[in-house]
Design a protein around this ligand. Structure first.
Ligand code: FUB
Length: 339
């Protein structure tokens, strides 16, 4: 099979240090990997990065993705299967542009793909599409999820069968424009001295296609139980929420965006409060840092991305490394590079 990538991209290695792991997928650019175990396999729901010719800016307009592919594997060191196009922008009636980081969930024989896209008014909304197979193809609903906004949905299934969607991202993700679930197109990006913008959460309704309750802020607190300020750039929420459960606790992890960490906080229930515990993945090569955490075959894995293949911040490649906990439930910090 011929390589889909131009040879220059496939050969260019830009990392200044040696990475701990190699790209999982080399024939397409992939990012924001949401991993789930379905039917005994790891399924990956990544963004599909492309070179669209849009100039880079702080709004992220250059992340101009037009479809999703789903991947799966039985072994993190084995073959990764590309299941082909799972959903295209052209098949989403309400969407205008920019298919950003998706997630997936399963309930009662149906698989759900959740995805952010700008609507025809250029406002980010979150859509849902369904399939009888984890790899799709998925059929999008005619409208976005009512009351949804911003980017980076993460759907978490609690042990009692309730599902929660976490979402939000500041700057180009537009989260700063939403206060009390009302939109203000002129709201500025957060400034030093402002209280940090909080991620959002809502329980999903039984049909998985709407919110069962008003969207609320996720309470994210610093080590001293205080809200983060925008000045706390190394620790405050920016985008890329992910929630997992380990040993009786809920772990809320996220990217700090312009300081490029993946941090995590621990809470006692799906709404939090979540108290900051530290960095779990240090900055990777490239501007964005976005991850997921999944338990498979007796091991915990951290999926993430960097730009090892292309050297370009909007042409990323997905990777995986094992994740380890300390005895007290904290997570051992991952360095994406060998020391
Ligand atoms: O892939 C587009 C955006 O970049 C994602 O939605 C963010 O989390 C960042 O990774």
């Amino acid at each position: 099979m011929s390589l889909l990538l131009p040879a220059a991209f496939a050969q260019k290695g830009t990392l200044k240090r040696e990475p701990v792991s190699q790209p999982l997928i080399k024939k397409q650019f992939t990012a924001d990997p949401s991993a789930h175990v379905f039917k005994g396999r790891i399924f990956l729901y990544p963004s599909h990065d492309i070179e669209s010719g849009v100039a880079e800016n702080d709004n992220g307009d250059h992340f101009n993705m037009k479809d999703y592919h789903v991947y799966s594997m039985t072994d993190v060191e084995g073959k990764v299967k590309n299941h082909g196009v799972a959903l295209s922008l052209d098949d989403i009636p309400w969407a205008g542009r920019q298919l950003w980081a998706p997630d997936a969930a399963y309930k009662n024989g149906t698989y759900y793909l959740y995805f952010p896209a700008k609507d025809k008014q250029d406002i980010f909304r979150i859509g849902v599409a369904t399939s009888k197979k984890p790899q799709g193809p998925f059929k999008a609903e005619a409208e976005p999820i009512p009351g949804s906004y911003s980017i980076d949905p993460c759907v978490f299934r609690d042990a009692n069968g309730d599902y929660y969607m976490y979402f939000g991202g500041i700057w180009g993700g537009q989260l700063q424009r939403w206060k009390n679930n009302q939109y203000n197109s002129t709201a500025p990006i957060p400034q030093p001295g402002d209280t940090a913008v909080l991620p959002r959460v809502a329980k999903l309704s039984a049909d998985m296609k709407s919110f069962a309750e008003p969207v609320r802020e996720v309470q994210l607190l610093d080590e001293n139980g205080k809200p983060f300020m925008e000045n706390d750039k190394e620790k405050r929420f920016f985008e890329a929420a992910w929630v997992h459960y380990y040993n009786g606790k809920y772990y809320f992890s996220y990217s700090t965006g312009d300081s490029h960490n993946i941090c995590y906080a621990i809470g006692d229930n799906p709404y939090g409060p979540f108290t900051y515990k530290g960095v779990l993945l240090e900055p990777v090569e490239g501007w964005t840092n976005h991850h997921s955490i999944v338990f498979y075959d007796g091991h915990w894995y951290l999926f993430y991305h960097d730009v090892q293949i292309s050297g370009k911040t909007f042409l990323r490649n997905v990777k995986v490394t094992e994740l380890f906990y300390n005895e007290d439930g904290t997570i051992r910090k991952q360095n994406a590079y060998k020391n």
